[in-house]
Design a protein around this ligand. Structure first.
Ligand code: SF4
Ligand code: SF4
Length: 113
């Protein structure tokens, strides 16, 4: 039996829990361009070094929401990092079903990336 595709229900829970949102160098360039900011300014305002010192993560608000979350909308949706696009299909963690409202659909009905 093939693995189901989990279709996001846009609950935004994954944008609210504490944890790193990793951004690659290419994603930094892409998001900065989308926001109309120089890379150096975007990096200073919206990113910090990851806890393991291996690259950058987006900063969070005081309540741990992602800095780019407004209500339940991602304000950089068209250029959001691969980590955001992939969850929960390309990666997830034990217990993710308790916090994510995505529903399983037949892989044939899944949108193509
Ligand atoms: S970049 Fe967008 S999708 Fe990713 S955690 Fe932030 S608000 Fe959510
Ligand atoms: S927690 Fe799951 S359903 Fe909710 S926005 Fe994230 S991926 Fe979508």
């Amino acid at each position: 039996m093939s693995k189901p595709f989990y279709q996001c229900q846009r609950c935004a829970n994954c944008c609210k829990w504490p944890g790193e949102v990793v951004v690659t160098e290419e994603e930094v360039v892409s998001i900065a361009s989308n926001l109309g900011l120089p890379v150096i300014e975007f990096t200073a305002l919206y990113t910090k070094v990851r806890a393991n010192r291996q690259g950058l993560t987006l900063v969070e608000k005081a309540n741990h929401e992602c800095v780019f979350l407004e209500g339940t909308d991602c304000t950089i949706n068209t250029v959001k990092p691969a980590q955001c696009r992939g969850f929960p299909n390309t990666w997830n963690f034990p217990g993710w079903r308790q916090v994510c409202e995505a529903i399983p659909i037949e892989p044939d009905a899944a949108p193509h990336a």
